[in-house]
Write a protein that binds this ligand. Structure first.
Ligand code: P53
Length: 474
């Protein structure tokens, strides 16, 4: 078996990380609009609304909102078969709780998708990618509130109907499982608009929010299939496999529990019900969650068509306690893996891990997979007017080799591959421009200075050939 003939070679971005135009066409304030610029090792701050004298890198981003025509022409030159982006929820429902959508926002995506389709580039759309309306945070406490299900479903239904003849591949919530790391502030806020009070027991709040999201996702899948039975609607999971530190059975058990805590989300998406290991955990911890019989029916009726996932790195864990539950604390218990290298940002580079996780998903769900993010964040330097990013090519090549092995040797059904940030954009984690993933360089620095001009890096020509040969020449 080789890659499919219609294999979806593409590139991935998210609206808030490239569009800019944060108030254009009636757009509302999103959670990304109240996050300041951080740096390597310096967390982004979440401010109370948009304040004067703060640097909010997503407000302008790379100004794709105004430059998309030139950019899409470059994507076509690269040879993309698909373009993964998100629809900024706040362009369609600026506050999130309106009854009627904002026409200017809808029109923008009509124009963008038409521009892509003109070149035969298929849009692949994420509904919620770290950019929910900020109003839903201040008025409802984010996804703590059950009403968010209705708001999300209204948004999903609106765009499903509007773009039903332009978009076939959808994903509901980007990296829904990042919030498994609920002890830090970033993921609960970007995933679910959660802010915590001092001393609050965060863990059950996270489970409650995730439950409402999973119900919203399932309802959207059901409605989407009613609107167009051809729709392929997937989950989107951040997959960082967690390896045991050794052959010590305690490490093995610890790693298994760690994987359960991080990946139960995809069990619900794919199987339509909670795994027993998680309901047993809720019971043991005494979590009283609002999970109704009607919710359970909705979950069962809206299972996903494929598993979309991001893959950047692997983790490793060592058992450090003697508890019978082997409960896992993501922020505290991960260890450095001496068998793999790491990027400047400490992300552990592990190409073989990609083949491993493709097998893991395939064994567990027997659904088609879609690698919707993969890539190498690095500092680029211009030498003689060009960026010679052989380090990025090496990363991508090594991962594509493993991806092809998983298809050819292990028989995994894979829909496509969309490397992350193939045009430089604002980093989600740090808000930097400096952490670049692109094959297309964007002239802008961490202080927001630069011409915003686009130019090709060496990786552009390389990826163009990879696509043209359907992965035969790497
Ligand atoms: P940045 C953490 C771990 C894995 C993926 O990330 C993550 C994150 C959050 O930072 O996010 C995904 O920009 C996400 C994208 C993001 C990309 O990976 O922090 O879906 O929005 O930009 C890379 O280097």
């Amino acid at each position: 078996m080789a890659l499919r003939n219609d294999f979806l070679w593409g590139g991935a971005v998210a609206a808030h990380q490239l569009e800019g135009g944060w108030q254009a066409g009636g757009k509302g304030v999103s959670v990304a609009d109240v996050m300041t610029a951080g740096a390597n090792g310096v967390a982004r701050r979440i401010t109370d609304g948009v304040l004067p004298d703060e640097n909010y890198p997503n407000h302008e981003a790379i100004d794709f909102y105004h430059r998309y025509k030139e950019d899409v022409a470059l994507f076509a030159e690269l040879g993309l078969k698909c373009f993964r982006t998100s629809i900024a929820w706040t362009r369609i429902f600026p506050n999130g709780d309106e009854l009627e959508p904002n026409e200017a926002g809808l029109q923008f995506y009509d124009d963008l998708f038409d521009e892509c389709l003109k070149y035969g580039i298929e849009p692949v759309i994420t509904l919620s990618h770290f950019e929910m309306p900020y109003h839903l945070v201040t008025e409802y406490g984010g996804w703590r509130h059950r009403q968010l299900i209705d708001f999300f479903v209204r948004f999903a239904e609106t765009v499903f109907k509007r773009y039903k003849n332009k978009v076939k591949y959808w994903m509901t919530f980007n990296e829904i499982n990042n919030q498994a790391n609920y002890t830090e502030d970033f993921a609960p806020f970007t995933n679910s608009g959660l802010k915590f009070t001092d001393g609050e027991d965060r863990e059950p709040v996270m489970y409650q929010a995730a439950h409402y999201e999973l119900v919203a996702s399932a309802k959207a899948v059901k409605i989407g299939h009613d609107i167009n039975p051809e729709f392929q609607i997937g989950s989107m999971i951040a997959m960082c496999p967690i390896y045991p530190a050794s052959m010590n059975p305690r490490d093995i058990m610890k790693a298994q529990v760690a994987m359960q805590r991080r990946y139960w989300f995809s069990d619900v998406h794919a199987r339509g019900h909670y795994p027993s290991y998680l309901t047993a955990y809720f019971k043991r911890r005494g979590f009283k969650l609002d999970i109704t019989e009607a919710d359970k029916k909705d979950l069962a009726a809206g299972t996903v068509d494929y598993i979309g996932f991001s893959y950047y790195m692997s983790f490793a864990v060592k058992d450090t306690d003697n508890g019978a539950g082997f409960d896992y604390d993501e922020a505290r218990e991960l260890i450095r893996n001496p068998y793999v290298d790491a990027s400047e940002w400490g992300w552990q580079i592990d190409p073989l891990g990609l083949r491993y996780v493709m097998n893991w998903f395939n064994e567990r769900y027997e659904l088609p997979l879609f690698i919707v993010e993969n890539g190498f964040g690095a500092v680029d330097e211009i030498v003689d007017g060009k960026i010679h990013d052989d380090y990025r090519i090496a990363y991508l090549r090594a991962h594509i080799e493993q991806m092809i092995d998983a298809v050819e040797i292990d028989g995994v059904d894979l829909l496509g591959y969309t490397p992350w940030g193939f045009i430089d954009l604002i980093s989600a984690g740090t808000g930097e421009m400096k952490k670049r993933y692109g094959m297309i360089y964007v002239d802008k620095d961490n202080d927001g200075k630069g011409t915003l001009n686009r130019s090709k890096k060496d990786s552009f020509d390389w990826y163009q050939r990879v696509i043209a040969t359907n992965g035969k020449v790497l």
